[in-house]
Design a protein. Structure first.
Length: 610
């Protein structure tokens, strides 16, 4: 507590010393909830997927990232539980950030990416490498940032997507925005459902228990009630109902229902060179699992999180100084977890300096205090140097952490209260070449992990329990190439990504399970008059499914083709008809062992913008 008081005095001291600076911060900056992502990532790899791409993505967030990033996804059949592997790390080492706050599950520390409908968001950013100093627990391999924007003085705009496809798949997405000089409003409604009864190629079986129904609503409101004060409210609710698919060897009759809600109230005060943000958030998550969906018997758990964040930032000449204080209160309970409470206090200091036109760098520091474990002090250093007009290099290093979850600590049949938090150290070197119509990036990284938490069965009782056992190191290369050209005034855009990932268990010397050595994506989009044709491809190298590398899932290559036609463009109304053919080569492939993915399938979609 003494250190917290010292931190507050430090912030107040800055306030008194520099409150007379003359720099003016634009409204555009304070409207963005996750401004740290933009202003304190000088030497960090960030990939952004824009609204126009998100509106055309079929299904959940998994599909948006699978084809547009180097992140690998382990998906238990189409539409089922989907977890990322970011540079060889696991799902619990990837943080999901919603409008600036970490929303990973307090129960298992993960986010199921098929419970997020990307069409509801205005922008999704992928931040590679460790980010624990800014975003806390779980931001070890990387973080995914979901952003809802509020636009003042914007005319009323609406986007409506209606789709129908193979396997009885239906989707509906609507997003509306409106802004005046003083207010801004947004609403998003999303729905996707499917019988999901696709064929298992090479067999006479179907995916008989894979139906799902996912629904989401997102609301945003902003009030500019003075020239220096802004109030924002963001809310998101997800309701999911999924039958969990079986495997080729074991049928399933299970069902999983989950409900997640997030509410965020944010006040922003901006004067001269100073911005103050105060955030209050409430997060709620609940699930019910039916081993037999025809039975009334189920297991359940829920978690409630109250979050307070105070953020004070100064700009001083070419420097930014940012101090933050976080307080979280988390309560969890369920069928296999007794009622437990966790309190967390964190202090963070961020510094960014544009030293010259060529050099910028940053320093980040963070310390957490939590009621049920000792957390490490973490740091991050990053920089970018523009060697020439078209060529820049980046360098960053950091220490990161992940705290044990409620399941890890308090699971009634095997929780371990003596667990230590996972810690990792990483370093990354990047090269960026950017010339008109061409952008090439190459990043190499090395990461070490200590005290990784692994669930193992007892040799005596057979009961599974988590222990700190595994030490892992990862290294690899990520590259991308994007080309924007015109052929007789017709735009053509081509992108290629490739990732080489080694993730080695120090004890055995083997590659970790479900980490592909190679992953590559490619896309090509060509506009011709009212027509647009798009091609997506994905190559996923083989993955091992056992720790001794004795079993594996084969590599696969799949491709999707989309043809769009601009049906109407009249009086600010656009209507586009799109036909997609997914898995056009009818590839028989598995993402997880014994869980086949869909055969060739079709989707027809109408997109309205008015």
């Amino acid at each position: 507590m003494k250190r917290i008081v010292v931190f507050f005095l430090f912030i107040i001291g800055i306030n008194l010393s520099f409150s007379q600076q003359d720099s003016i911060l634009k409204l555009d900056e304070v409207v963005v909830s996750d401004s740290r992502l933009l202003q304190f990532s000088n030497g960090i790899k960030i990939t952004t997927i824009t609204d126009s791409t998100l509106q055309r993505v079929p299904g959940g967030l998994t599909n948006a990232l699978r084809y547009n990033s180097s992140v690998y996804f382990k998906e238990n059949g189409y539409g089922m539980v989907s977890s990322p592997s970011f540079r060889g790390t696991g799902a619990s080492q990837t943080a999901v950030i919603w409008n600036g706050i970490n929303v990973n599950s307090q129960l298992n520390g993960q986010t199921d990416f098929n419970t997020i409908l990307p069409q509801s968001y205005d922008k999704i950013s992928i931040r590679s490498g460790g980010g624990s100093t800014q975003y806390g627990t779980g931001a070890v391999g990387g973080s995914i940032h979901l952003e809802n924007s509020l636009n003042f003085t914007q005319p009323w705009t609406n986007v409506l997507n209606l789709g129908y496809g193979s396997f009885g798949t239906k989707n509906f997405n609507y997003k509306s925005k409106y802004g005046t000089d003083k207010t801004a409003f947004s609403v998003g409604i999303g729905h996707i459902s499917s019988e999901n009864d696709y064929k298992y190629l090479g067999t006479d079986k179907r995916n008989e228990n894979g139906a799902f129904n996912n629904n989401t609503i997102d609301l945003g409101f902003g009030l500019l009630f003075s020239t220096t004060n802004l109030l924002k409210l963001q809310h998101s609710t997800f309701i999911g109902d999924r039958d969990f698919s079986g495997t080729l060897t074991a049928p399933s009759n299970s069902n999983y229902k989950n409900y997640n809600s997030k509410s965020l109230l944010e006040w922003v005060n901006y004067k001269s060179n100073k911005v103050q943000r105060t955030k209050l958030a409430y997060l709620y998550e609940r699930y019910k699992y039916f081993a037999n969906k025809d039975s009334d018997s189920f297991t359940t758990s829920n978690a409630k999180t109250m979050l307070f964040n105070y953020d004070l930032k100064y700009s001083i000449n070419n420097m930014l100084l940012n101090g933050l204080v976080d307080y979280n209160n988390v309560r969890g309970e369920g069928s296999s977890i007794a009622s437990v409470t966790r309190n967390l206090v964190a202090t963070t200091f961020l510094f960014s300096h544009t030293a010259s036109k060529k050099l910028s760098y940053g320093v980040n520091l963070r310390k957490d205090w939590v009621t049920d474990y000792n957390s490490p002090f973490v740091y991050a250093l990053d920089g970018k140097y523009q060697l020439t007009k078209n060529y820049a290099i980046t360098l960053n290093t950091s220490k990161n952490f992940r705290i044990p979850t409620f399941n890890d600590l308090y699971w009634e049949t095997g929780g371990n209260k003596d667990l230590k938090p996972e810690t990792s150290h990483q370093v990354e070197f990047g090269q960026i070449f950017n010339k008109k119509g061409l952008k090439a990036e190459l990043y190499s990284y090395y990461t070490t992990n200590k005290d990784l938490i692994q669930w193992r069965p007892s040799s005596v009782s057979g009961v599974w329990s988590p222990i700190n056992v595994k030490s892992v190191y990862q290294y690899g290369v990520e590259s991308s190439l994007a080309v924007h050209k015109k052929i007789k005034e017709n735009p053509i855009v081509a992108t290629i990504t490739y990732a080489y990932t080694k993730a080695i268990d120090k004890e055995s010397g083997n590659q970790l399970m479900y980490v592909p050595l190679h992953k590559a994506t490619g896309s090509l989009v060509y506009h011709y008059g009212k027509y647009k044709i798009g091609l997506q491809t994905l190559y996923n190298g083989l993955v091992f499914t056992t720790t001794d590398e004795s079993q594996e899932v084969d590599a696969y290559f799949i491709g999707n083709v989309t043809l769009e036609y601009d049906v109407l463009n009249f009086l600010n109304t656009d209507v586009i008809l799109a036909l997609s053919v997914n898995n056009i080569l009818n590839t028989n492939y598995q993402n997880v062992a014994f869980r086949p993915m869909p055969n060739r399938n079709f989707k027809l979609q109408l997109n309205f913008k008015f």
